[in-house]
Design a protein around this ligand. Structure first.
Ligand SMILES: Cc1cc2nc3c(=O)[nH]c(=O)nc-3n(C[C@H](O)[C@H](O)[C@H](O)COP(=O)(O)OP(=O)(O)OC[C@H]3O[C@@H](n4cnc5c(N)ncnc54)[C@H](O)[C@@H]3O)c2cc1C
Length: 398
């Protein structure tokens, strides 16, 4: 019997598996895919993640495809553009997730890939996981890191499925081009763009320029997502017209994917089980950024699971500490981002951009929260205060 079974080897699962194996535990890391594998994503995250997970530093040449330094935010009517200087690290998920996976394996985790976990049963003394290859693996505890459609969350009763209003449906493409083309189009600052509510649909579009690819994508909140392919086509046409995408851009690699954007689920532990990353909804509702949260949650889950195994208490109450750790670290930030998401998808968004265009501090606050999409917090109180200041200043012509 393994000490821990981790299901899903994305950023959340591989990080958890690495820290667990580092503490000397017997860890089985399961994924339905063979690695390296791609994951439809923008691949942008806060630069601070590389400092925080310092084992990534010596390996940056294997995954880092640029640091974008200036964020450009477009209003829904596309008449107002706000800019802010905030660094964002850019990677291809094919490379980044492979590095995280390799780190877990070299720390001692045993991989079990190319097989899907299909059933989880929690017993008094163990957890059993049935796999599609016919095997059943057993462990003392399980970590569910199997993404937005989490089977583990469903099986243990923590989340049956996300309602369509709680997910954002995305279309994304990594468009190949030359480095020269990227520098000509987005400057040496690798200006990255966010488009609020493109086509008047609640959601966001983005452009993340990397060394040799332009990552473009569009996300629309699930209940409105039926027109996504059409709106994505309109988005591409608009970008070409604005010279933000080459006329002959190869979009054959476009893919669809979901991201949970209604904030985390309330309860992320039950007896002998913890959920991390997208399976727990630990994603910024404002930007759909979740790589950094998944990694931080994976590290907290590993810490709590290791402690629980050592003490022999593996019930939900003993695992509650995990809940407190991630809540304290970034749970409050996600709640604020949820408020910001409501504001940014409201009918007043153009007006807010207008106000923001008159105040540098507002632009800074908004850019920070977008570029820090994985570690970010939005200072809602400052934002409200500055909005009031601008309104008063304009009213009294100060
Ligand atoms: C289009 C799009 C763009 C995004 N852009 C960004 C961005 O720019 N920055 C950012 O920070 N976040 C972004 N996100 C969010 C980010 O991708 C996720 O938050 C992040 O991948 C979460 O990591 P995770 O480990 O929880 O899950 P995942 O990365 O989804 O990994 C889950 C793993 O579980 C495996 N799996 C699933 N089911 C099973 C099963 N039954 N058995 C075995 N294995 C299984 C999968 O193969 C996968 O490897 C984006 C999401 C989307 C959809």
């Amino acid at each position: 019997m393994h000490d821990v079974i981790v299901i899903g080897a994305g950023p959340g699962g591989s990080t958890a598996a690495r820290f667990l194996a580092m503490s000397g535990l017997d860890v089985c890391l399961i994924d339905k895919d063979e690695f390296p594998r791609d994951k439809p994503c923008g691949g942008g995250f806060s630069r601070s993640i590389i400092d925080d997970f310092s084992y990534l530093k010596p390996r940056t040449t294997e995954f880092l495809k640029g640091i974008a330094r200036v964020g450009v935010l477009h209003s829904p009517n596309r008449r107002i553009v706000l800019e802010g200087k905030v660094d964002m690290a850019l990677a291809l998920r094919l490379d980044f997730d492979y590095v995280l996976f390799q780190e877990a394996i070299s720390a001692g985790a045993s991989p079990l890939t190319n097989t899907r976990a299909k059933r989880v049963s929690v017993h008094d003394t163990k957890v059993s996981v049935e796999l599609t290859n016919g095997e059943t693996v057993q462990g003392k505890i399980i970590i569910g890191a199997d993404g937005v459609t989490s089977m583990v969350a469903r099986e243990v009763g923590l989340n049956k499925r996300w309602p369509s209003s709680s997910v954002t449906a995305c279309r994304v493409c990594e468009v190949p081009t030359s480095t020269k083309d990227i520098l000509d189009r987005y400057s040496s600052d690798l200006k990255y763009h966010f488009f609020t509510n493109f086509g008047n649909q609640p959601g966001y579009g983005w452009i993340f320029p990397k060394h040799e690819t332009i990552n473009i994508g569009l996300g629309i909140v699930g209940t409105h997502a039926r027109g996504l392919p059409r709106t994505f086509d309109a988005f591409v046409k608009y970008l070409k017209r604005r010279n933000l995408l080459p006329e002959n851009a190869d979009l054959s690699g476009s893919k669809g994917a979901l991201v949970p954007t209604a904030g985390p689920i309330k309860q992320t532990v039950v007896d002998r089980c913890l959920l991390v990353g997208d399976s727990a909804g630990q994603v910024s509702p404002l930007t759909g950024g979740g790589i950094g949260h998944a990694m931080k949650a994976g590290r907290y889950a590993a810490q709590v699971a290791a402690h629980a195994i050592e003490s022999g208490s593996l019930d939900a109450t003993s695992l509650e500490e995990y809940q407190s750790l991630w809540q304290f670290d970034f749970g409050g930030g996600l709640q604020k981002q949820l408020v910001a998401q409501k504001v940014f998808t409201s009918p007043f968004t153009n007006l807010l951009f207008h106000i923001g265009s008159k105040d540098d501090r507002i632009q800074e606050i908004v850019s920070e929260s977008l570029a820090e999409s994985s570690g970010g917090d939005i200072d809602v109180i400052q934002l409200t205060y500055r909005t009031l200041v601008v309104c008063l200043r304009e009213a009294f012509k100060l």
